[in-house]
Ligand binder design. Structure first.
Ligand code: S6P
Ligand code: ZN
Length: 187
C-alpha cells in the first residue's frame, strides 16, 4: 500500500466550493421554505422553484453515527420575501451537547441563535468571521447583502438535526429591512 494517500475531497478556500466523489449536494427552493417567512402570501406568489440556498456536504460518517467531523458549505443567495431577508431553516441538534463552528467565506449576514431557554441573539457575519454555535443552541443564517452569503460549517457526525421546534415556533426574532437597513426585530 502506498505511504501517500491523496485527499478525496477539496475545498476551494476562496469560494467554499467542495469537490470530490464523496460530496453530496442539495438545494432548498423558495417552495421548500413554506412557513419560515413572516409573509406567507408573498412567498407563495414567488417562483417556487427558485433556489434560496444550496448545501454541499462531506459527511465521513452517516448522520447520527459517531466517529467523524462533518463539513458543509452553504451558499445562501441574496433576496427577500417581502421585507425579510433570505434565510436558512435553522435547527437544534438532536444530541444537544454537540456544538458547531461556522466560518464565513463570502458575503454579509447574521447568524441567528437561540438557546434552550428561548434567549435569542445574533452575530454579524462577513468574510473570515468565525462563529461558535454553543451546545443546545438553535442556529439560522440570514443574508443581508447583495452577494451570495457563503459559509462553511463543521459539526460532529453524531450530532443529528432537529427541525421541528423552529418550524413550529421560529426564533422569536427576524432579520428584516426597516428604513432601508437590515434590522433584527422581535416577531
Ligand atoms: C449543519 C449546519 C449547516 C446547515 C445549512 C442549512 O449542522 O448547520 O450545514 O445544515 O446551513 O441550514 P438548515 O437549517 O436548512 O439545515
Ligand atoms: Zn447545525
Amino acid at each position: 500500500m502506498s505511504l501517500v494517500v491523496e485527499p478525496k475531497v477539496y475545498v476551494d478556500v476562496l469560494t467554499g466550493e467542495l469537490t470530490g466523489g464523496r460530496v453530496t449536494e442539495s438545494t432548498r427552493t423558495i417552495g421548500g421554505l413554506q412557513g419560515y417567512f413572516l409573509d406567507e402570501t408573498v412567498r407563495m406568489a414567488m417562483d417556487q422553484s427558485s433556489p434560496a440556498y444550496r448545501v454541499q456536504a462531506f459527511e465521513p460518517e452517516k448522520e447520527g453515527t459517531p466517529g467523524a467531523i462533518c463539513l458543509a458549505t452553504t451558499t445562501l443567495y441574496a433576496g427577500m420575501v417581502g421585507d425579510e431577508y433570505f434565510l436558512t431553516r435553522g435547527h437544534f441538534h438532536v444530541n444537544e451537547d454537540r456544538p458547531e463552528l461556522e466560518v464565513t467565506v463570502n458575503g454579509t449576514g447574521f447568524l441567528v441563535l437561540m438557546d434552550a431557554t428561548g434567549k435569542t441573539w445574533t452575530e454579524s457575519m462577513s468574510a473570515g468571521s468565525v462563529h461558535h454555535v454553543p451546545p443546545a443552541t438553535a442556529h439560522r443564517v440570514a443574508n443581508i447583502g447583495v452577494e451570495p452569503l457563503v459559509f462553511i460549517s463543521y459539526w460532529p457526525s453524531e450530532t443529528g438535526h432537529d427541525y421541528a421546534p423552529i418550524a413550529e415556533r421560529g426564533f422569536g426574532i427576524r432579520v428584516r429591512q426597516v428604513d432601508g437597513k437590515p434590522t433584527v426585530v422581535r416577531s
